[in-house]
Design a binder for this molecule. Structure first.
Ligand SMILES: C[S@@+](CC[C@H](N)C(=O)[O-])C[C@H]1O[C@@H](n2cnc3c(N)ncnc32)[C@H](O)[C@@H]1O
Length: 264
């Protein structure tokens, strides 16, 4: 757990809340848990996505699972007032063990951090009722592109993705969600792309996205510096390059993520 790329400090916990709000219109375009009663959220973090789920699907009860006690404590704080709809379990999803079955599952930005995501999906499957709906959202980091190209940002991004792979994570796991779900025994699998293709036709969104992106990048900086992959000066230059991007009349910022649906 000490290898977890983004860490558990308060700034990072707040970043997850901001991120969930900012990304919700993109993430929840096709996600539909209407008709579901009890949802299992794996890697629920500080409850950022849980808040969105609770408000979009008022009939849902949610069981939140995360292996970090610090995240779960913060989630309890963030979800105060929803005690009748949310329960928490601190456990590693690799060894998922709950005495209940669910009719829905939500996982967002989590499998990328798990060395053997197929095992997690298999464990989840054993906790599902027939016909349960599963929605996954995961990164596909290779899809990131900017114009103009940003040399320090590129060096930083390579270090960020290499480091995540080195600690057992999967920076492009989005591309493999279909295969993983199939190998874990799920059926009716479908997947699709979501994300951002921003330029000066949407200057405000471009600015917000770049600022969000820099925070995401910097959440890994401590690890990358410690591992000797990047220097503090290079982190600063990466940040500078991104900060200048929205003012460029030809600026382009592109990133895609992958979502998948499956059932049992
Ligand atoms: C990037 S955060 C995403 C949190 C939340 N899904 C969101 O989008 O706001 C990933 C979360 O997964 C949790 N996590 C990572 N590996 C896990 C595992 N093997 N079992 C349970 N939780 C895990 C981390 O503690 C962290 O809270």
């Amino acid at each position: 757990m000490s290898n977890y790329l983004h860490g558990f400090i308060p700034e990072e916990q707040q970043r997850l809340i901001d991120q969930a709000g900012f990304l919700a219109p993109k993430i929840f375009k096709k996600i539909d848990f209407s008709g579901c009663k009890h949802l299992l959220e794996i890697g629920s973090g500080v409850g950022a996505q849980t808040q969105v789920l609770l408000s979009l699907f008022p009939q849902l009860k949610i069981t939140c699972v995360d292996y970090s006690e610090a995240q779960v404590d913060k989630a309890k704080e963030n979800l105060r007032g929803f005690e009748d709809r949310v329960t928490f379990s601190v456990q590693n999803a690799m060894d998922l063990d709950l005495d209940q079955k669910f009719d829905s599952v939500y996982i967002c930005w989590v499998l990328e951090h798990i060395a053997e995501p197929r095992i997690v999906l298999e464990k989840i499957q054993r906790h599902l009722l027939p016909g349960a709906k599963v929605f996954l959202t995961e990164v596909f980091n290779s899809t990131h592109y900017t114009f103009p190209s940003l040399p320090f940002a590129q060096k930083y991004y390579k270090a960020y993705n290499d480091f995540q792979s080195r600690i057992g994570g999967h920076p492009n796991i989005g591309a493999s969600l279909g295969n993983l779900l199939q190998q874990a025994g799920f059926t009716q699998i479908s997947h699709w792309l979501g994300g951002f293709h921003l330029d000066q036709t949407h200057p405000e969104e471009l600015k917000i996205m770049v600022s969000f992106w820099v925070k995401l990048m910097k959440s890994g900086a401590g690890h990358l510096i410690k591992a000797g992959l990047i220097t503090e000066e290079e982190v600063r230059k990466m940040e500078e390059e991104y900060q200048k991007l929205p003012a460029n009349e030809n600026a382009v910022f592109f990133i895609q993520f992958v979502q998948a649906f499956a059932t049992v």
